[in-house]
Design a protein around this ligand. Sequence first.
Ligand SMILES: O=C(O)CCC(=O)C(=O)O
Ligand SMILES: [Fe+2]
Length: 209
Amino acid sequence: MKQADLGFGQEEPTGGNQLSPPWTLIKGYLNPAQQQALLIESADYPLTRPEVTVFGKSHPIPRSQVWFADKGCDYVYSGLFIEALPWPRYAQKLRIKLEREFSLLSNGVLVNRYANGQESMGWHSDNEKEIEPNSDIASVTLGASREFFIRHKQTKQKVSLMLDSGDLLIMHWPMQQDWEHSLPKRLTVSQPRLNYTFRRLIVGFHQAG
Ligand SMILES: O=C(O)CCC(=O)C(=O)O
Ligand SMILES: [Fe+2]
């Protein structure tokens, strides 16, 4: 005889071994007009390609970047001090949209531009000291589709996500403690990709006394 369910629901696991996945992927979050507005705006961003020192040798990073943020939200990223520049119009609109729709509070956005599939980002976590505890990081992609990897620091479990233009990936706190991510080279990609990561920093972290 079939046993009563009593409203407990199905016993099959609902997927994965995570209680709640540490990230949420929302495909097509931005419509084509919103994507276009940001892409046009980005042509005027003062992107730079800072030099980093690896094993005593200095190299330019394999992408270009800029940091827009509120006053008092300077950032030390990959060991480089980056000063906050004022928010451009559409980057600011996107920040407010994320706040309204996901209660995702941010006070800065790091914009990375990958000119083509030769440009990349190595394995890392966004776990700088100035990131506000309990804050989520929202990543929005525009332009070329690229594969994005997420890897667990202990188990080495690896997940691949294809990020297409307009997609939103929310990396939930405390994902950065246990997982790393990377954007590998893809030599078949010839078009540029732009990525915005909205972050919440502790205000005044780098201000003296
Ligand atoms: O370009 C991406 O999708 C990732 C960017 C990233 O991981 C970062 O800016 O820390
Ligand atoms: Fe990152």
